[in-house]
Design a protein. Structure first.
Lengths: 128, 684
């Protein structure tokens, strides 16, 4: 067992699960989407990105790319939240909430690709 | 058990010594296939490479390289163990990413924990109601606190619980930032990282070179002199040297361009490839290091990897010179050998030598003073090393008497073998130091006409010259300066002839590379006799002054001289253009050299240029006269000022200027006027 692989797999999966946890629920209902869950998703996604730094293989490059996409989507969702909550006159209404959740949905797709890559890597490693 | 030893014939023994030959009669040769000739019977309708057939001749390389891109090593290529070398292109960014992984994760975690804690810490509004500041405000506060900006406590003054958490956060975030920045800075100062960066920058710049450039391997005194002169011409070069200080001089010294330099061992072909040996714009390779073996390795790499490139190599040893000449046709410059040749030329034809050394010294050199070494009498040569050997050989060949002074002379047999002379005709060799009065007495210094100080120590050479001059002030003195730093000392001695090995090599390489015709001129000129050389020296001095300005080629081709092509050969331009141009006159206007060099401002004046050589159909005419008629595709070698060079360029390119210079009539320069004039032509 390799501790580095454990940590890497842990964070990749955790990023996907956090993201899913935030995403699940009625898209326009603010009560079903916790801001702390989004915060955790952003933090875990950032850590995952940094963990993927410096791998020069092709699969490593795609890994990094998926993480960067997830970061971008999640940070965009956060900015929309902050804008709706603090700046916008209409507040955190159904429209704002749905765009936040759909942005995180995009990040979820990227995270799922990341997980698929992880699985592919693991399977091909065993075959070798 | 060994087979019993059996007496063998001479022929069997010979074949044993030459294992490649088969004993017995050779096969009846029907016809011997020459290399490159196609196989008999011809394989038709088949791809020879695909059928695993024996492919020979010119198709062989094509077939081999179809399978192998690089074509460097025989056998299968590629794979993880391949010797291709790792891709150095994107190394630095990956290095940064990998090293920064831990500090960045630490920073993210610290930020996440402190922001989260601050968002949850119980606060109060001024009215005393409980309030939590929320994640966004907490992130804002943490960001400015961590970066030590500190805007204060927002949105409301903090409660003690919030302040406690802030205290912990401040220390944590400062540690996180310090760790991350520290790692980044130490990485930037890391030697390996900087090397990776330098290498990457160098490779990029060499790859991006789009103009012809020289590859100078060995950037010592010779290389630097050549590089600076080359840069002054406005051309590019790439330098490779193992000494970091030599490459750093590229950044310290003044250059017009910014030549790329690599600190690496030039005898390693990989480094030469990095420096652009395989670049199609590489013009020539110069092996200018101090080490003969390295120069040989460079010559070899260049001959094998780019057989089409000219190579100029420097060496001071005759055996190495032979080894170098085995690799294609490199130009090998041995400064001692060249000095001997110069001495012979100076003895035999002093005026030619004067012109030769003036032109070879390049732009900005002063006209050498007249004067020639005494061609009769006794020469004293101090120091019999590689230099002394060349000089003594050349002096003897010119029929002069020579006395050699050497503290550690070789035996007579050795000397005879080296100089290729019978033992009784050998020059007199005196054991001893040349500065001792008795030794100078024995060498008959009072009767001598010439003196050569040729040891490999500058101090010895200077004191030898001083001692000899005190005894005989009329001596013609030639000296050898080994270190470039002693230049001022030798200049103060006012020698008649001075050997600086670095200078000789740099000058010859420059003359060969800068102007292709110049070297041919220098080779052919001495055969033309003394009067021609004297006349040329005077002509250059009269028109261009005491200092040589520039020497350049003028190619009178339709491409290089479009404005003159019609005058040189009326068939080469379109009839319409011809008609327009010769509006006022009939018949062909013959263009002479004198016409070409008229001043575009006032055609009765002459441009300050001197034609040195005219090359027509591979035949060279030295110092062509002004009434020589010019033809299309002639090439001229000219000396003159830089202003004259620009004027001449205008004559070659601008039709209006060319017409004025050749015929004296003004031609409208603009398109509109040209058409208006053209309409008034009688025949259109």
């Amino acid at each position: 067992m390799n501790l580095e692989k454990v940590i890497f797999g842990f964070f990749v999966l955790l990023a996907a699960t956090m993201n899913l946890g935030f995403f699940i629920g009625d898209i326009a209902d603010a009560n079903l989407h916790s801001e702390y869950e989004l915060y955790a998703a952003v933090v875990v996604s950032l850590i995952t990105t940094v963990l993927k730094f410096g791998d020069r293989t092709q699969i490593g490059a795609v890994h990094l790319a998926t993480s960067l996409v997830a970061d971008l989507q999640l940070i965009a969702a956060t900015i929309v939240w902050v804008y709706a909550d603090y700046v916008s006159s209409s507040g955190l209404d159904a429209h704002a909430m749905s765009s936040i959740v759909s942005l995180s949905g995009g990040a979820l797709l990227a995270n799922l690709v990341s997980v698929v890559l992880l699985v592919i890597e693991t399977v091909s490693f065993h075959r070798r | 058990m060994h087979p019993p030893e059996r007496p063998r014939s001479d022929q069997a023994l010979w074949h044993e010594r030459h294992p490649g030959r088969r004993p017995g009669k050779s096969r009846p040769a029907t016809r011997i296939r020459k290399p490159g000739e196609p196989l008999d019977p011809q394989l038709t309708g088949q791809d020879p490479a695909a059928t695993n057939a024996l492919i020979t001749g010119e198709h062989r390389w094509a077939a081999v390289s179809r399978f192998r891109q690089a074509g460097d090593v025989p056998g299968p290529e590629g794979g993880p163990l391949s010797s291709r070398g790792a891709d150095t292109g994107s190394a630095p960014i990956f290095l940064i990413m990998r090293r920064m992984r831990t500090p960045l994760i630490v920073l993210i975690i610290i930020f996440a924990i402190t922001t989260f804690g601050l968002a949850l810490a119980p606060g109060e509004t001024p009215e005393g109601e409980p309030h939590r500041m929320g994640l966004f405000n907490a992130f804002y506060v943490m960001s400015y606190t961590a970066s030590t900006i500190g805007f204060g406590e927002i949105p409301f003054p903090f409660t003690p619980a919030q302040r406690m958490w802030m205290t912990v956060s401040i220390y944590l975030t400062v540690i996180g930032w310090a760790y991350a920045l520290g790692t980044l800075l130490s990485l930037l100062q890391d030697r390996g990282f900087r090397n990776a960066l330098d290498m990457r920058r160098f490779t990029r710049r060499v790859q991006r070179m789009r103009d012809p450039f020289l590859l100078i391997a060995g950037y010592g005194h010779t290389g630097q002199r050549l590089g600076r002169a080359w840069d002054h011409l406005g051309r590019n070069f790439v330098a490779v040297d193992i000494e970091p200080s030599q490459i750093e001089s590229l950044e310290v010294d003044q250059y017009f361009a910014d030549p790329p330099g690599l600190t690496a061992d030039a005898s390693n072909p990989f480094n030469l490839k990095l420096a652009g040996l395989k670049n199609p714009h590489c013009q020539a390779v110069l092996a200018m290091t101090d080490d003969d073996d390295v120069n040989l390795a460079i010559t070899m790499s260049a001959a094998l990897l780019r057989p089409d490139l000219p190579v100029i190599a420097r060496t001071i040893s005759a055996p190495v010179e032979d080894l170098m000449l085995a690799w294609g046709t490199p130009t090998v410059i041995n400064p001692f050998d060249r000095f001997g040749d110069h001495l012979r030329m100076a003895l035999r034809s002093p005026a030619s030598f004067r012109l030769y050394s003036w032109l070879e010294a390049g732009p900005g050199s002063e006209q050498p003073p007249p004067g020639s070494p005494p061609a009769k009498g006794l020469w004293v040569v101090c120091g019999y090393g590689r230099f002394g050997q060349e000089v003594v050989g050349d002096l003897l060949a010119e029929g002069l008497d020579v006395v050699v002074i050497e503290p550690d002379p070789p035996s007579d047999e050795f000397l005879a073998a080296e100089l290729d002379l019978p033992v009784r005709q050998l020059p007199q060799v005196i054991h001893g130091e040349g500065s001792e009065p008795e030794v100078l007495d024995e060498a008959r210094i009072e009767q001598a006409v010439g003196f050569v100080a040729g040891t490999d120590n500058d101090t010895t050479n200077l004191s030898l010259i001083a001692a000899a001059r005190r005894r005989n002030p009329d001596l013609y003195v030639a000296g050898r300066q080994n270190l470039p730093t002693n230049r001022s000392l030798f200049a103060a001695m006012h020698l008649d002839m001075l050997l600086v090995p670095a200078d000789i090599v740099a000058r010859e390489a420059y003359a060969r590379l800068s102007t292709p015709l110049l070297w041919r001129f220098l080779e052919e000129m001495p055969q033309r006799g003394e009067d021609e050389a004297i006349a040329l020296v005077h002509r250059i001095k009269d028109r261009c002054g005491q200092y040589l300005k520039d020497v350049w080629n003028v190619e009178l081709t339709a491409w290089q001289a479009p404005a003159l092509a019609g005058y040189l050969d009326p068939e080469s331009v379109s009839p319409r253009q011809r008609q327009r141009r010769h509006a006022g006159q009939t018949g062909r206007v013959a263009l002479t050299i004198g016409d070409l060099f008229r001043d575009p401002d006032d055609r009765d004046e002459r441009l300050p240029v001197v034609p040195l050589m005219l090359l027509r159909d591979g035949e060279a005419t030295i110092a062509p006269s002004d009434d020589t008629e010019l033809h299309l595709d002639d090439e001229l070698l000219v000396a003159g000022t830089r202003v004259a060079q620009r004027e001449l360029q205008t004559i070659l390119l601008s039709e209006g200027t060319a017409q004025y210079v050749v015929t004296g009539t003004r031609m409208p320069e603009s398109w509109v006027w040209r058409h208006l004039v053209g309409r008034r032509l009688p025949n259109t």
